[in-house]
Design a protein around this ligand. Structure first.
Ligand SMILES: Cc1cc2nc3c(=O)[nH]c(=O)nc-3n(C[C@H](O)[C@H](O)[C@H](O)COP(=O)(O)OP(=O)(O)OC[C@H]3O[C@@H](n4cnc5c(N)ncnc54)[C@H](O)[C@@H]3O)c2cc1C
Length: 372
């Protein structure tokens, strides 16, 4: 029997789900809000862990292609204090493959392959109709009915309300993102400071992180503990004003470090929101969630990995026992909740230490997770 299965969202979680299900011979409709793959900038680089994102890619049959594309050297991490003193300078061994980096656009294209995504299909809500299936409503176009709708539509999921009333809450930590292009040619001093991977600088309740993507592109993140409206007097579309406002927040930091903020031509405000670490829901036949939609947590290198493994495992569970779709989904949910709760604890505690009144906490955390 063929089930009508839809996944809402073509991010890392949704695409991995679709790709693995496809590999097992099951059709799936991928419903994505963006009108095309390149419709918006894909965001910064991702490190995929051996037991999480890489395992998911293996389940999708894409591990060898990932290994050819990824940047193991991007695992390098340098830590400075606000005075610019190098405190740690960790470089991976040549054969280190635990967490190589890949650009999000490259990962998306790898997962997309020959998948048939329905672009420009923004879902507005899903409504389970007992005995008939689940009705999916779109911003435009007629509703469609499926036997299973998987919400892989990220932090502000439109599928989530069908199973849970919970919404993301602000952590008290916000972030402003900017970027540098052609760093090796246009900003060679900064290129040296950043190295092959990332440089992180920790101060009191603030940090600056610059991370290399491929092709000399660098993402710079300024993180700070602040109320959500901290920028009320700042027009973030005014580049000059934003740059000076940010530099004022990092007043007294070493000039080469402040220079990371000095060349951005666009700034994006990204407050850090999370779902409760214990987020679960009473099972609803025909609807489930995965990835950020289910367990949004601080951006400390786990979210995409977890979303991908969720997607791969749900697809495998369905493929292993297609006659018992609902049982497969129930079992998947239990497994996902347990793993997500554990990572939520780790990343929440991590965020507390990385943006902390005591910068030594960040260094201690680094030494704990990355002993040299
Ligand atoms: C600065 C930063 C750095 C990070 N670094 C890392 C890292 O190194 N490693 C890591 O593992 N994680 C990292 N993360 C976390 C990671 O980005 C997320 O956890 C991950 O993208 C979640 O994947 P997802 O597929 O669940 O959701 P998303 O990536 O959010 O994808 C959701 C998709 O759904 C689509 N969508 C949304 N609403 C609708 C709708 N109504 N209808 C149809 N489609 C819709 C969106 O367009 C999108 O394509 C980072 C996050 C940030 C902010």
């Amino acid at each position: 029997m063929r089930h009508r299965i839809a996944v809402v969202g073509g991010g890392p979680g949704g695409l991995t789900f679709a790709r693995v299900l496809h590999r097992h011979g099951h059709p799936v409709a991928v419903l994505e809000r963006d009108p095309a793959p390149e419709a918006r900038p894909p965001g910064g680089t991702l490190d995929l862990h051996e037991g999480l994102g890489q395992l998911a890619l293996d389940k999708a049959g894409l591990l060898a292609e990932f290994q050819a594309l990824s940047r193991p050297e991007g695992q390098a991490m340098r830590i400075l204090d606000a005075a610019g003193t190098v405190l740690r300078d960790w470089r991976p061994a040549p054969d280190e493959r635990a967490n190589p980096e890949i650009d999000r656009g490259q990962l998306r294209d790898l997962l997309l392959g020959s998948l048939d995504v329905r672009w420009g299909r923004a879902v507005t809500r899903v409504v389970p109709v007992p005995g008939e299936g689940v009705l999916v409503h779109f911003a435009d176009g007629r509703p469609e009915t499926f036997d299973l709708v998987v919400g892989a539509d990220g932090a502000w999921s439109r599928v989530r309300p069908a199973v849970s009333p919970v919404t993301p809450q602000y952590t008290g930590v916000t972030s402003v993102e900017t970027s540098l292009d052609d760093v090796d040619i246009r900003h060679p001093d900064l290129a040296r400071l950043i190295g092959d991977g990332s440089v992180s600088v920790y101060g009191v309740n603030r940090s600056l992180v610059a991370q290399r993507n491929s092709g000399g592109h660098v993402k710079v993140y300024a993180r700070l503990r602040a109320p959500l409206d901290w920028h009320a007097h700042l027009d973030l579309t005014d580049v000059e004003a934003t740059r000076s406002g940010l530099l004022a927040l990092f007043d007294g930091w070493a000039a080469p470090v402040r220079d990371l903020l000095g060349h951005g031509t666009a700034f994006a405000h990204r407050p850090v929101y999370v779902l409760p670490g214990s987020h679960t829901w009473a099972h609803v036949r025909g609807v489930t969630l995965l990835g950020d939609a289910a367990h949004l947590m601080p951006p400390l290198g786990a979210g995409a990995n977890l979303a991908m493994l969720d997607g791969a495992e749900l697809a495998e569970a369905i493929a292993a026992d297609p006659e018992n779709l609902d049982e497969a989904v129930r079992a998947f949910e239990e497994q996902m909740w347990a793993r997500a709760a554990s990572w939520s604890r780790i990343t929440t505690a991590g965020l507390e230490r990385l943006v902390s009144p005591d910068p030594a906490e960040a260094l201690a955390l680094f030494d704990q997770v990355q002993p040299s």
